[in-house]
Design a protein around this ligand. Structure first.
Ligand SMILES: Cc1ncc(COP(=O)(O)O)c(C=O)c1O
Length: 455
């Protein structure tokens, strides 16, 4: 290892506390330190190249060092980096709000900016809650939220309250507000003990019952549309989202769609909701909004929701929420450039062959001895590793199988990050045919090495 890498590693270990990382283990290992990126590849301080198999945590879209985004940020730097959105406005934020409304499912009409997906969801929650408090003839009794088992909406306290992953969320229970929990449509491990194809989406009936039992008291149903990301890339069965929307209509409840992970093309269309012709009342986006460049998120609402916040100053109907960097000009410039690329390069049309390629190649994984389930939606895939395919028995956590596969993949030139023992494929949308093949070759070999030979 070169002197510089050693020196950086030492200072990293001395000062840097990494997210979602057991630091005891981190301190025992040599960290990979990324120096540069180009397209779907990352290069470390030793000059070794890797495929960015999880799009730098699900956010990179058009690749690293995309000329047009680099230029747009530089160009904006020549004007101003940041001025507040509290009481002032700026051209990039105005332009982007208009573009987002034009792209989003109708009748979403207003854009509230923030800096991360968690904040976008926190804002969604607060808007939904306050809407019912202030709506003319509304019901202030509507204070509860319905969320799914294994849901993930971020790491701030409101978002964690909606969360249903005990590993991440259970510790904080005493701090959280109570959320009504509907079953996740996790067909491989159906919590109702049913089989897909013959279940008639019984999980939707459970949600219906929950809404009925709490009639008049629920503010909103919150879902990750089509794919529950951090829960293990749980791909929802066709018709589920449409069914949720229908239940929301039936009980007069708002639908909040968290498109933070799935928005901006990954499932195949711009927004996941579009696949089922669903229009939420509130929609959160983040991650890919800037093409994976800068921290920007947004919460979109309908005019119906927005209008409940209008009134004279002394009525205090204002949405009392905002962050220092709300609507930051550099972030908005990057986002506008990313949306331009979607149009100019016809990104959504261009990824369709990659989606088919992924689908074909995933067949090879299905036959592996320790692969229990393979799930795909667009350019998103989850490969669930199990100790015993027949009984679906999970590996003991101490075996850390997902992490071991990740390390084996890294040695071969692929960066990935598992969700427990679910291996994730979520590359930048710009990934080429041969890069996607290499990614899957490496992942296949690494899974075999750890689960068949090592194990
Ligand atoms: C569905 C979903 N919502 C919200 C978030 C939180 O976003 P952030 O990490 O930007 O706060 C994530 C992050 O992975 C996510 O997957």
């Amino acid at each position: 290892m070169a002197r510089r890498t050693e020196e950086l590693a030492a200072r990293d270990k001395k000062y840097f506390w990494h997210p979602f990382t057991q630091m005891k283990k981190w301190l025992e290992e040599a960290p990979l330190i990324v120096e540069t990126g180009q397209g779907a590849k990352l290069t470390d301080t030793e000059g070794k190249q890797y495929i960015d198999g999880v799009a730098s945590l699900w956010c990179n879209i058009h690749g690293h060092r995309k000329h047009e985004i680099d230029e747009a940020v530089r160009d904006q730097l020549g004007r101003i980096a940041h001025s507040t959105a509290l009481g002032l406005s700026g051209p990039p934020a105005i332009d982007l709000a208009e573009r987002l409304v034009q792209l989003a499912p109708k009748p979403l009409a207003k854009v509230f900016y923030s800096d991360s997906g968690s904040e976008a969801m926190e804002i969604a929650l607060k808007i939904a809650f306050q809407y019912w408090q202030q709506k003319e003839g509304g019901s202030a009794r509507r204070r509860k939220f319905v969320a799914l088992e294994l849901a993930y909406h971020g790491d701030t306290i409101g978002a964690v309250s909606l969360g249903g992953i005990s590993l991440f969320h259970a510790t904080y229970r005493p701090l959280l507000f109570e959320t009504l929990r509907a079953p996740a449509p996790y067909c491989y491990r159906c919590s109702l003990g049913l089989e897909p194809g013959t279940c008639s989406l019984a999980c939707l009936e459970k949600m219906d019952q929950l809404l009925q039992q709490n009639a008049g008291e629920v503010a909103a149903v919150v879902v990750e549309p089509l794919v529950q990301g951090a829960g293990g890339m749980i791909v929802h069965p066709a018709g589920y989202l449409e069914g949720v929307r229908a239940r929301c209509e039936k009980y007069g409840v708002l639908l909040v769609c968290d498109e933070v992970a799935v928005g901006f093309g990954r499932p195949g269309r711009m927004f996941a909701c579009e696949h089922e012709g669903v229009s939420p009342d509130i929609m959160a986006v983040g991650k890919g909004l800037t093409g994976g460049y800068l921290p920007l998120a947004a919460t979109l609402t309908t005019d119906e929701v927005y209008s409940a916040f209008l009134g004279e100053h002394e009525k205090f109907r204002t949405f009392f929420h905002g962050h220092t960097y709300t609507g930051n000009a550099l972030c908005c410039a990057a986002a506008l450039a990313s949306l331009d690329i979607f149009e100019r390069e016809q990104t959504l049309a261009r990824i369709q062959p990659r989606i088919e390629q992924l689908s074909r190649r995933l067949e090879q994984f299905r036959n592996l001895e320790h692969v229990g389930d393979v799930r795909q939606r667009g350019l998103i895939a989850g490969i669930e590793l199990v100790e015993d395919r027949r009984t679906k028995k999970e590996y003991p956590p101490a075996e850390n199988v997902g992490m071991r596969v990740t390390r084996a993949a890294r040695d071969r030139g692929l960066i990935t990050r598992p969700l427990s023992d679910v291996m994730i494929v979520m590359p930048p949308l710009c990934i080429s045919n041969s890069e996607l093949d290499s990614l899957l070759d490496i992942l296949l070999d690494s899974i075999r090495q750890v689960t068949e030979r090592e194990g």
